[in-house]
Design a protein around this ligand. Structure first.
Ligand SMILES: [Zn+2]
Length: 265
């Protein structure tokens, strides 16, 4: 099954909170939400448990996005420690939400050893708390930062408890638009499926970029990876997947994406 959802609360339920957002998504015919802890982990575990009940009833699958300030390879010891705290807090709330993934921007610096060892520590600490929600490392849209697909898969291979969140718009930006053919998409899915079993967690949107660096996420059709090619190659993988639409149009574009997948069935 391929679930399609959005990053955060739909525009049509803006300001009404996570639970109303979940109900709205179901009304629209969407079935996933990535709860955004962009600046901080604002949700209590108690509120998360209430959200989990609504999500279960509406059959909307939840994931969580850890704060954007996380940088496990920062030069500042304080930032590294804070980053671990944000991830731990995100994972606790994710567990209470019944979320399938904690999505993480791991590090701004290309320091694979530091990132890998930090994840090793984090998984160990979570295990002590009996939290098993996977730590999903996102592929990033800037050539200078940690987060190529190979960077991420190397950690996933070596540290059980971590997982990959593949952001196609970011990969498109990072490779200066080098994600054009069906073979380009297949190469990505092949690499991922060689490393992990189980459902795939995906971010998708249009993107503007400059010099192998993302500028901003944009609506479908204004630049970025081709939706049709993406949908065809993902469908051919025959894996369960959740696709989170990160276009600024949120549900409008998520519904477009849903239409594309449906036309392939
Ligand atoms: Zn992200």
């Amino acid at each position: 099954m391929i679930r399609i959802g959005i990053a955060g609360i739909p525009h049509s339920a803006k300001g009404k909170g996570t639970e109303a957002g979940i109900i709205k998504l179901r009304e629209l015919g969407l079935d996933a939400m990535e709860v955004q802890f962009g600046r901080n982990v604002y949700m209590t575990e108690e509120a998360a448990r209430a959200g989990a009940a609504v999500a279960k009833k509406e059959d909307v699958s939840l994931s969580v996005h850890a704060p954007y300030y996380v940088n496990l390879a920062s030069k500042s010891e304080q930032t590294r420690q804070k980053s671990k705290d944000w991830i731990m807090k995100s994972a606790r709330v994710a567990a209470a939400l019944g979320a399938t993934m904690v999505t993480i921007h791991a590090a701004r610096e290309e320091q694979p050893d530091v990132v890998r060892e930090s994840f090793r520590e984090l998984v160990k600490a979570l295990k002590k708390e009996k939290i098993t929600v996977p730590l999903g490392i996102e592929t990033m849209g800037d050539l200078g930062e940690f987060g190529s697909l190979d960077d991420v898969l190397d950690v996933v291979r070596k540290v059980p408890g971590t997982d990959v969140v593949v952001d196609f718009a970011h990969l498109y930006a990072r490779t200066d638009g080098g994600l054009k053919t069906r073979e380009d998409f297949e190469a990505i899915f092949d690499k991922i499926m060689a490393v992990k079993t189980g459902p795939l967690h995906i971010h998708f949107s249009g993107i503007e970029y400059k010099n192998s660096r993302e500028v901003r996420h944009v609506p479908f059709g204004s630049g970025g990876p081709d939706i049709g090619l993406f949908a065809r190659t993902l469908t051919a993988c025959r894996r369960d997947a959740t696709v989170i639409c990160e276009s600024p149009l949120l549900e409008e574009d998520a519904l477009k994406l849903k239409g594309v997948f449906r036309s392939l069935q």
